[in-house]
Every structure is written in C-alpha cells, then in structure tokens.
Design a protein around this ligand. Structure first.
Ligand code: F1P
Length: 358
C-alpha cells in the first residue's frame, strides 16, 4: 500500500520487467530469421568506426553498445545523443573513414533521433543502421537498414525490456565480428540464471524498499557498466520522481562521497575486470554510513559483508553479457520506490512515451 493509502494500479511495468529472460529468448528466435539482422552482421566487417546515437534510455543503450563494441572488436566506437549530432555536427567528427552509424529508438519516432539519422545518411552520406522495436517506423525510412524487435516493445512508458533486448541484439553483431562464441553461449546462460532468480530479486527489492527511507540514490560503475549506472539512475528518476545520480565508481571518492549518509542508497554495479578496486570503494562507503546495494556476478567476501542488499547472478557468462541482467535490479528498485510513493510507474509524471518536436 502506498503512502497515500490508495493502491497504485500499475498494470504493465512490473510484468514487463519480470518478462525479460523470456523476452530475450523470444527476441533471439525472432532475430535468427531476421534478414536485416543477418545483413548487418554480413556488412559489419567492411566498417572501421562506429557511431551510436539515440535519446534518453536509447542514448544510454548507445553508450553501452559503443563501449562493448570497442572491447569486443578493438575498433573505435562512440556514442552521442542525437541532439548533439543535430546541433554540433562538426564536433561529432563525421568524416572518419569507414564510419557506420547505428541509430536507436524503441518507438522509431523520436524526432531528434529520426532527424539525426536523416542528416547523417542524406547530407553526410553515411551508412545508417536503425535499431527499434517498431515495425514500419520513421526511423526505418531515414535509415538504409533497420532491425526491428517488436516482441521486446512495452505498453508501459518506461523502457525496460526494450533496453535489454536491443542491447543484446547489438552485442551479438559485435560478437559476430570478433568471432566470440563465448558471448552467444553466455546469452542463454544469463537468461536462465536470471529467470531462476528474478522472482526472488523482486521480493527482496520490495521488502528492502518497504523497510528503508532514502533521501537520494547514487549509481556507481566503471567501463561498459557505467552506462548501466546512468540507466539505473534514470529508472529511479522516471518511475519514482527521486533524485538519482550516476558516477564512475572510483570518481565518487573525489568529492561526491560528501553526500554519504544512512539515507543515501548506493547501488554498485561491480565489473569482473575492476572488482578489486571497485569493491574497495563499496567497503569505504559502507564505513562512511551509506546503505549499499551490490549487483555482481559473484561477490567476494568483502562485498558480501558490506552489502545491505546483494544481487548475485552466478551465471557462466562473458563479462559483457552481464550488462543486460545487471540493470534488472535497478529497474525493480525504481518500480517499487515509485509504488511506495503512491506513483504509477506505468505513467510517470511529466513524461510521454516519445518526444516529438515540431
Ligand atoms: C526515447 C525516450 C525514452 C524515455 C521517454 C521519451 O525513446 O527518451 O527513453 O523513456 O519517455 O523517449 P525512443 O526514441 O527510444 O522511442
């Protein structure tokens, strides 16, 4: 029951969050027969540099994809919000040889993203690949090739399963270039690890939220996980109208840690590559009195001792395959916090499903 006393009727968001392992598998089946997806894989080896773009959650997805791309293929890859491409195209260095654009939009209708794709393909003659959850979208008209994943679309306003499903599809294209069979087998492993744990994750988040009062929320991660921290903070802001800030984990010591108190909820997304250094920050923030959520594949003893809430996936998976399941606990935290405040996370205040400009 929310603080206001009247039950919140959220019909879609929670079901969509919980459906993710099953939706990832359905999206995989959809992609195996998807001609655009196969063409994107076939074309990838001829490209030398990658520019990902989108807005909001789709921009954080662009950031996660760009970081993963470089780690998997060794190629240059970067992400820019679509608005930057439109307002400061010269700053975006669009003349790189072999540059491939990937424009991401769940709705395929966000005007900044559609206009950026049009600008890059028509004025700059760059090859553009659209990634969306909509069939027959404006984005598809602006791009030369478009991969659509309608199965992953949501009824809710906030992006949850569309974010993870589009990210997994992009990881697969990068992995195909790098001939990384471990990533493909990891994808089944993360789906089954998450599906056996997601109900218990949900119950634990719900009771954690019921038993705590927080003034603000901090999300910490490094490397390809940093965009996951940005997306975690956005989920909290969108679904619960709370103050949430992301930082690089080790950057948090350089000033921002002054906010830490028991009413500060700090979520650490712990990478495997940076575990030792990142878990030291976690222990320090616990000693400063913060309330700690740890999200990792396998927790070392120090994390186990210091975390107030621990999510371990325990999957046999390549590190980059952990990006998608890691965001799920943050989606649940945003959802239950919103419900506790008497809000309906299906319809966040001041938001629309898509931003269309005149
Ligand atoms: C992008 C987006 C969403 C956000 C909001 C408005 O949409 O910024 O991430 O939740 O409600 O639109 P899209 O381009 O991926 O459809």
């Amino acid at each position: 029951m929310p603080a206001s006393g009247s039950p919140v009727r959220s019909l879609h968001t929670l079901a969509e969050i919980l459906s993710q392992p099953e939706i990832w598998r359905a999206s995989q089946r959809e992609l195996s027969g998807n001609a655009a997806f196969q063409t994107a894989i076939a074309n990838a080896p001829s490209r030398k540099e990658w520019l990902f773009t989108g807005c909001g959650t789709s921009f954080y997805l662009a950031e996660a994809a760009a970081a993963s791309w470089t780690l998997l293929t060794g190629q240059r890859a970067r992400a820019l919000p679509a608005s930057e491409l439109l307002l400061f195209p010269r700053l975006s260095q669009l003349d790189a040889e072999g540059l491939q654009v990937i424009a991401i939009s769940r709705s395929g209708r966000t005007s900044e993203t559609v206009r950026a794709a049009e600008l890059l393909s028509r004025k700059y003659n760059l090859p553009t690949l659209g990634v969306t959850c909509a069939n027959d979208s404006d984005l598809a008209k602006a791009c030369q090739l478009t991969i659509a994943l309608p199965t992953a679309d949501e009824k809710s306003m906030v992006m949850t399963r569309s974010f993870t499903s589009m990210l997994i599809a992009l990881l697969q294209i990068a992995a195909s270039q790098a001939a990384t069979p471990s990533l493909s087998s990891s994808l089944e492993s993360i789906a089954s690890a998450l599906s056996s744990r997601i109900q218990s994750f949900n119950e634990r988040v719900e009771s954690f939220v019921a038993n705590h009062e927080f003034a603000d929320y901090i999300y910490l991660a490094q490397g390809p996980f940093y965009p996951i921290a940005r997306e975690g903070a956005l989920k909290m802001t969108e679904m619960s109208c709370s103050y949430a800030q992301p930082y690089h984990t080790l950057e948090f010591r350089h000033g921002p840690k002054s906010v830490v108190a028991p009413q500060t909820c700090l979520t650490f997304f712990l990478s495997e590559s940076g575990m030792e250094a990142e878990s030291e920050v976690l222990v320090e923030m616990k000693e400063l009195g913060g309330t700690i959520i740890a999200v990792c594949n396998r927790a070392p003893e120090s994390v186990r001792r210091s975390a107030d809430l621990l999510f371990e996936l325990e999957a046999h998976a390549a590190e980059l395959a952990l990006l998608a399941p890691f965001i799920v606990s943050a989606q649940l935290l945003g959802f239950h916090t919103g419900v506790k405040k008497g809000l309906n996370p299906d319809e966040p205040k001041n938001l629309s499903r898509v931003v269309i400009l005149d």
